[in-house]
Design a protein around this ligand. Structure first.
Ligand SMILES: Nc1ncnc2c1ncn2[C@@H]1O[C@H](COP(=O)(O)OP(=O)(O)OP(=O)(O)O)[C@@H](O)[C@H]1O
Length: 697
């Protein structure tokens, strides 16, 4: 068969040929085939696209031999299908027929498969050959299956697997709880209104103890006492001085200011130690300030009257030698095992206690039955030469504390079982059971830390956390409340705030002094210096006011005094005594006495400068509304203090509890002339150095 090349047009073909002859002699030399078939047959192209799948090999020009396709130029210019040769057409027709046969066979096979009965169905659905209950309709013996093209068959639905789910975000409370000690999470909440009559048996107080409480005017136990006393004095069972093989659980107690925390540890300590025979140091109470040490000592002496228990203090108020003698006597007998002690109960500030641990021969903590940390949150934030690890080590000696042990005549005493196996005073045997410390740790505060790190540092033994708080308080368990702290306030406390331009602040103070008829108030400033200055201003103001009053009119001056750590201790005692007697109506002070000090008759607390944080606010306002009495707290908030004050109160969710009071200008205007005079006097006072003379006098 002879084949000729045909192009798309004669003229195009010719010109193309001319150009190609010049370029490629190789192609021209190839043998030429001449197709002898009629023209219409020669030009008939197979309808390749009409065959079913699978598709034939691609006829893209690039996949065909060059000599049988159009020229490059034609291919680039005209997108027409190429013409196949007769041999190609034949081969393609054969291939197409073969594929069509194959496809037909496949379809038949598929039809047969679909026509066959479904095996699973036959096993599950009873056929007519099986006994069927009469109520069931009979089934056709051979299921009729319509043959559908395979492409139309719906695929069986796949099992739905659970999709990936985003876990629910933990609540704010859960998150904040993560940062809270476990004992705090499982705290025992005590209703502040809870009261129990002392004369009952449920508190575990002895008859003698009840009598002493009655003499002190106490007939009912306050909420914190109802919770703590039965734990430390289990009713009906004796209390042991030492119980090394059944160590007592430690306590963390959080209760509002003035709620009676002191008696809740004083009563059990005195009750437990009273039957002791030998004097040993068995209770140590740590407090942050001398004033508090003196106050707690007073409570111990009042309740311990007649028990013979000896109470001592170590605060640095007396000389070190004097304190040493009061603790261990003046003739320390080194042969006494476990050190010697003149006292049963020691109340101390941590710094001074550390001095005695280091430098007082015969002074030892190995017999301690109680370690009380009062105002615990404040003490735990103070380092005081690492007082906490040193004291904990002195309770239970280890190799790390050998130095301390030796210096303090650290000979193990049979009364201090936890020391037995730490010392080499005897040969250990298989019968020796390692003992646990029987020293019980008791932590108290109005703002007790919930921080796990701080609590862990105390190495508490299965601590119980008691919180006196109003369970119905809508904010008690609010989400988002600071995780570390939760503040509870005395129920009878009323809080107010006055926003004021800085120039008017003293006027608002005078207004409160006179319109509220303050008789027993504490006024807090940001520093000792500010307290001294303000006290002087009020003094001058009162004088100027009295001077302007007409003859014959009786004028009662408000007596105000500054009370600060800079005053000599004798002077402070005198001022406090006058204040208690009512000779001084207002004490102006820094935050020195904002903690713990018990001045039961304080009716008003004024924050002249805003407190630095919420803890300070809690302790300031807690100087009033004590022991169930009513009390008022006022905050004078200067313009520039407004934002930080609101931020502190809002973050503790307390702002809504403080009533905002607006004072009309007309109410303070009458104080203006006396205020002007007082300011001038104050300037002169500081200019002439009179202030210095006052300070040194
Ligand atoms: N059961 C009671 N009945 C009557 N008065 C009590 C009772 N318990 C304690 N008080 C009195 O309540 C006052 C406050 O007690 P206390 O100083 O122990 O409070 P506090 O909780 O330690 O306060 P703060 O946190 O401010 O130190 C004291 O004057 C105390 O005598």
């Amino acid at each position: 068969m002879r084949m000729t090349r045909r192009g798309p047009s004669r003229s195009g073909w010719r010109s193309s040929r001319r150009r190609r002859s010049a370029r490629s002699s190789v192609m021209l030399r190839r043998p030429r085939f001449v197709d002898s078939r009629p023209r219409e047959e020669r030009f008939r192209l197979p309808l390749l696209e009409s065959f079913p799948s699978p598709p034939l090999p691609s006829l893209h020009p690039s996949s065909l031999p060059r000599s049988r396709t159009c020229t490059h130029r034609d291919r680039g210019r005209h997108h027409h299908p190429r013409r196949a040769s007769a041999a190609e057409v034949e081969a393609a027709e054969e291939e197409a027929a073969r594929l069509a046969r194959k496809e037909a066979k496949r379809l038949k096979r598929e039809q047969r498969r679909l026509a066959a009965p479904v095996e699973e169905e036959s096993t599950l659905i009873p056929t007519d050959n099986v006994d069927r209950p009469p109520h069931l309709p009979s089934r056709s013996p051979t299921p009729v299956v319509d043959i559908e093209p395979i492409t139309q068959e719906e695929p069986a639905p796949l099992l739905r697997l659970p999709g990936a789910m985003r876990p629910a975000a933990p609540s704010k409370k859960t998150l904040s709880d993560l940062n809270v000690h476990e004992s705090v999470r499982n705290k025992r909440v005590v209703d502040p209104e809870m009261k129990v009559k002392i004369k009952g048996e449920e508190l575990g107080v002895s008859e003698k103890g009840k009598k002493r409480l009655a003499e002190m005017g106490i007939t009912e136990a306050f909420a914190v006492q109802t919770a703590v006393l039965p734990l430390l004095l289990p009713p009906g069972s004796p209390t042991y001085l030492y119980s090394a093989f059944a160590p007592p659980q430690d306590l963390c107690v959080s209760a509002p200011t003035g709620s009676g925390k002191t008696l809740s540890y004083v009563v059990p300590i005195v009750e437990t130690l009273a039957p002791r025979v030998v004097t040993r140091l068995r209770a140590l109470v740590l407090l942050p300030t001398r004033d508090l040490v003196a106050q707690v000592r007073e409570t111990f002496e009042q309740f311990g009257k007649g028990t013979g228990l000896k109470v001592g203090t170590a605060t640095g108020q007396h000389s070190f030698a004097h304190e040493q003698v009061s603790l261990v006597g003046d003739n320390v007998d080194e042969s006494i095992e476990g050190g010697s002690s003149q006292i049963d109960i020691l109340i101390a500030t941590p710094g001074r206690l550390m001095d005695h641990i280091r430098a007082t021969p015969g002074f030892s903590l190995q017999h301690l039955r109680y370690l009380v940390v009062d105002e615990a949150d404040r003490l735990l934030t103070q380092s005081f030469h690492d007082w906490l690890p040193s004291i904990l080590a002195a309770l239970k000696p280890s190799s790390a504390t050998d130095v301390l042990v030796e210096r303090n005549g650290g000979v193990a005493d049979a009364l201090a079982p936890e020391w037995w196996d730490a010392k080499i005073g005897r040969v250990a045997s298989d019968l020796d059971v390692r003992s646990q410390p029987s020293c019980q740790k008791l932590l108290f505060s109005a703002t007790l830390s919930r921080d796990p790190a701080k609590i862990d540092a105390l190495h508490l033994h299965r601590p119980i956390y008691i919180s006196v708080e109003d369970a119905l308080d809508p904010h008690a368990e609010d989400e988002g409340v600071d995780s570390e702290l939760k503040f509870t306030f005395p129920a009878q406390l009323k809080e107010h705030m006055i926003f004021s331009p800085s120039t008017h602040k003293p006027l608002y103070l005078f207004h409160l002094l006179h319109t509220l008829s303050l008789s027993s108030a504490l006024c807090f400033t940001k520093s000792v210096e500010a307290a001294t200055r303000l006290a002087k201003l009020v003094e001058f103001f009162e004088q100027a006011r009295a001077d302007t009053v007409k003859d014959g009119e009786e004028v009662k001056k408000v007596v105000v005094k500054a009370y600060s750590s800079e005053l000599p201790s004798g002077e402070r005692t005198r001022i406090l005594a006058s204040f208690k007697k009512g000779d001084i109506q207002m004490l102006i002070c820094s935050d020195l006495i904002s903690r713990g000090i018990d001045l039961p008759h304080v009716s008003h607390v004024i924050s002249y400068d805003i407190p630095a944080d919420m803890r300070k606010y809690v302790h300031r306002v807690g100087r009033t509304a004590r022991a169930g009495k009513a009390g008022d707290a006022w905050s004078l908030v200067e313009d520039q203090e407004a934002a930080p004050f609101k931020a502190i109160m809002t973050s503790a969710q307390h702002i809504q509890k403080i009533a905002r009071v607006r004072v009309k200008d007309s109410l303070v205007e009458p104080f203006m002339p006396a205020y002007q005079t007082a300011l001038e006097k104050l300037r002169a006072h500081f200019a002439t150095g009179q202030a210095k003379n006052d300070a040194t006098a």
